[in-house]
Design a protein around this ligand. Sequence first.
Ligand code: ZN
Length: 318
Amino acid sequence: MSGARHNAMMNWRRRRGSGSAIWDWESDAATGAASTGRASADVVRRRRLGAGLALVLLVAVGAVILAGGPGSHGRAQARARVRPPILVAPDRFDRAIDRVLAGSPLITEGGRRRREIALTFDDGPGPYTGHLLRVLTGLRVPATFFAIGNMERYFGASTVAEQRAGDVVGDHTQSHPFLARLSRADQRREIFAQAQRLHGLGLAFPRLFRPPYGSFDQSTLAQLRRFHMLMVLWSVDTQDYRQPGVATIVSRVVAGAHPGAIVLLHDGGGTRLQTIQALPIIVRRLRARHYHLVTVPQLLLNDPPPPGQAVPPRLTGG
Ligand SMILES: [Zn+2]
């Protein structure tokens, strides 16, 4: 079995109906030749998952019920309900992402015509995510999260709470590897496993992807193209994961702020109290400069970036 045939095992195909985007998949003819028992089981599982919108809704309802129990995540969710509703149909975000993808497989920032900035949080969900969500809700700031699959088992309720609050959840792989060090097949598994997990939590199949450590290669881009995902890098790196102090995190965001900026922050991977403490100051200072905080899809919808953005020479965060 060639690598290419194996990689073509699964094709996601997008359908639209009744104003909603529905993800479905079809197995390639190569699947039969490729099958190990595990691969076959995967195919069956994926087919079941893709059975239709009804199942998606059922899973969503189940996940919401599970997430509504007692504990900090349940409280975070209850607080999150007071967020203002998102007035843009999700389908419009999908089309905005499609338009960007037509010109470039990746972005580092949005367009520069509007004073809008997207705050993004990587490496959750984790023990600080609920607290972070409450702070964001209090600030009325929507955010974009790039979540790790292995964390969903423990903190999946926070991911559901993010989605219910109107935040956007993107794929940050299953186990946070350096993708450029992996084979093409392993890269696909890392990307797809988390997408599948988010789908299982009742979220839409993710349209946004961020590579851990900013590590990717042409194989990564090929897989993302197959899954109709846009790679979202960043234009402002706070390095908050190093815990440089609240004042330093704030000053890095404010100094780097520009129209269309995508800011890299973290809600997992260690103690995130500095990030959480920095947020109200960041938001206040950005708003004083007349910036509006939006999610990444909103940024792309309002002011799409020019095609063919250059990749920064040194990417160390993510
Ligand atoms: Zn990361």
